[in-house]
Design a protein around this ligand. Sequence first.
Ligand code: 2PG
Ligand code: MG
Length: 430
Amino acid sequence: MNPTIESIRALEILDSRGHPTIRVMVKLDNGITASASVPSGASTGENEAFELRDGDASRYGGKGVLKAIENVTRTIAPRLVGMNPSGQSEIDHRLIELDGTPNKRKLGANAILGVSMAVARAAAQAADVPLYEYLGGADATRLPMPMMNILNGGKHADNSVDFQEFMVVPVGATSFAEAMRYGAETFHALKKILAAKGYATAVGDEGGFAPNLKSNEEACEVIVSAIESAGHKVGKDVAIALDPAASSFFKNGDYHLSKSGQGRKTSAQMNALYEQWLDRYPIVSIEDGLAETDWDGFRQHTAALGGRIQIVGDDIYVTNTEFIRRGIRERTTNAVLIKLNQIGTVTETIAAIDLCREAGWNYVVSHRSGETEDTFMADFAVAMGGGQIKTGSACRSERIAKYNRLLEIEAELGSRAVFTSPIARSCHGC
Ligand code: 2PG
Ligand code: MG
């Protein structure tokens, strides 16, 4: 007999930045319990699903999530108790219906996603299969290429770097475990290089270093040196991916590189800058190189560079099928960043991925800058089989927890594990 949901509870916990977030616990009538914790972004897209915060300045500076918790226990739980947890789509649609707003403003996407993920976990346990297999089927054997954010700037660090994320991508690795080693070795080499140059080696929100560099370019230069000094071939073994998160420095139609003092640029000048960078550095992927409202700029960016590298849309799509559909129609990018909490349910996130698959686009499953020790997204990345994940540096346990879970999955799959890069190596230095 199929188990049913017996109870749903929620707890206010803290995320990696020390801000409150929500953990949801689901209990089935056969005694199985499962929980899931919800992450939170800093450079959020305007059209993301709504994160419900209490706004009570006397608690956590207004960031408490007691209202979201009450929505789980008082509104959601009574409507889900008695349901079969393996009906993920039915449960998620009931959550969407219960909320009734286009962006989950009433109940909060944080409340809804916590329930959606915890239900999936409980159902996987009830089926006695790992979460990646439950969500992806028996063919879910592909481990993702990690994009490891080893140098942080933008809204994720108090430093002089405008671009938010400088990531290393171990494109030459032949297994996930080897990719981790390449990435971690490069991270440690970078620490030495920064220290030798007299820069700080404290880390930002995603575990990458956050030095006060002289320019944005210097970030690529020190990373190239780190790849070499770790004994890896630049571009062939380890390449670079960027997430400038350009919406965060876009004001009144222009891009303001004010943290580094590199001035104001138009959309066309940003595109020219990226083109120069591609000639100078082993870059294989650029995410949010332009702002979420700059659809024209993005189209030009993709027309100019999309044949050479992966162009990923994050804030512009917010994991929402409506925006992704437009992007596919207008060739705005050639890949999509996927974040469960941008849209708010497991089912809608899978629908976003299905659109990418239909269009033959790449997709990258991503963490948020505010994370917890929850590893749902690691299993989810394997389940979805897109072959890419972005979940921070080789530092900070909320990031490492995801990587460690992937190492565990690779070992568990043994000879069935597949590791192939969906992005080309950079010809830089070939
Ligand atoms: C991003 C994310 C994750 P945040 O912009 O891609 O790295 O940052 O969670 O702050 O939106
Ligand atoms: Mg981004």
